[in-house]
Design a binder for this molecule. Structure first.
Ligand code: FMN
Length: 197
């Protein structure tokens, strides 16, 4: 798997518990020669949580990718007219961002970047991470999975005993999912169990 000459938009929304895992995948993509353009939602830029400080995450990602984080809607908009991305991934994708995406709402840098990229008819990859995936957001997963140019990172129930409606993508499958999406294919199986259940 080689991503030489591929430009990948990589968006983080506010599922903070998965930031460490997603940063590992950003490192892998860079090792595989991808040029990664990071994008943060307003909430992921501004919330310090028990999982770490927003600024520390942003500094780390800028240093791994060598690219400045896209932090505003204005900075994200040129992705459409300049058409410089080959693929765009939202990892993690919160229930909030997924619901907005499915409803055509565009009020964060991540949603603007995604909308701009979709206009160019190229792949969008979603790594969902939300406690209500099998609840309020089930309809949004169902609707998005059925759309052209949308691919899902395989996901499973991360803790069906304590969080019976929660689903989290298998972040380690991100490079493979992007690689297949660039060739127009959804990797399978999409539903994959977690071993810790
Ligand atoms: C510590 C913490 C952890 C969170 N984890 C998640 C999560 O795993 N999944 C999710 O959908 N929302 C999670 N949220 C809620 C989102 O951050 C919230 O819905 C926010 O509005 C998301 O905005 P965004 O999608 O624009 O980033 C969490 C919030 C906090 C404070």
């Amino acid at each position: 798997m080689n991503f030489k000459d591929k430009n990948i938009g990589y968006a983080l929304t506010g599922s903070f518990c998965t930031f460490k895992d997603t940063i590992e995948q950003i490192k892998k993509l860079v090792e595989l020669k991808a040029n990664v353009y990071p994008v943060f939602s307003f909430n992921s830029q501004n919330m310090d949580t028990k999982f770490g400080k927003a600024k520390d995450f942003m500094d780390e990602i800028e240093s791994i990718t060598g690219n400045k984080i896209i932090k505003t809607i204005e900075q994200a908009e040129p992705i459409g007219p300049k058409n410089y991305l080959d693929a765009f991934i939202i990892a993690p994708c919160t229930g909030n961002t997924l619901a907005k995406l499915n409803s055509g709402i565009c009020d964060t840098p991540v949603l603007m970047a995604c909308k701009a990229h979709i206009r160019n008819n190229k792949p969008v990859i979603i790594a969902v991470s939300t406690n209500d995936a099998l609840g309020a957001n089930m309809k949004n997963i169902g609707s998005m999975i059925n759309k052209k140019n949308i691919y899902f990172v395989p996901f499973g129930q991360d803790d069906y005993i304590k969080k019976p409606k929660s689903i989290v993508a298998h972040f380690s499958e991100i490079p493979k999912t992007i690689y297949s999406a660039l060739n127009g294919e959804q990797i399978q199986p999409i539903i994959k169990e977690y071993n810790n259940n």
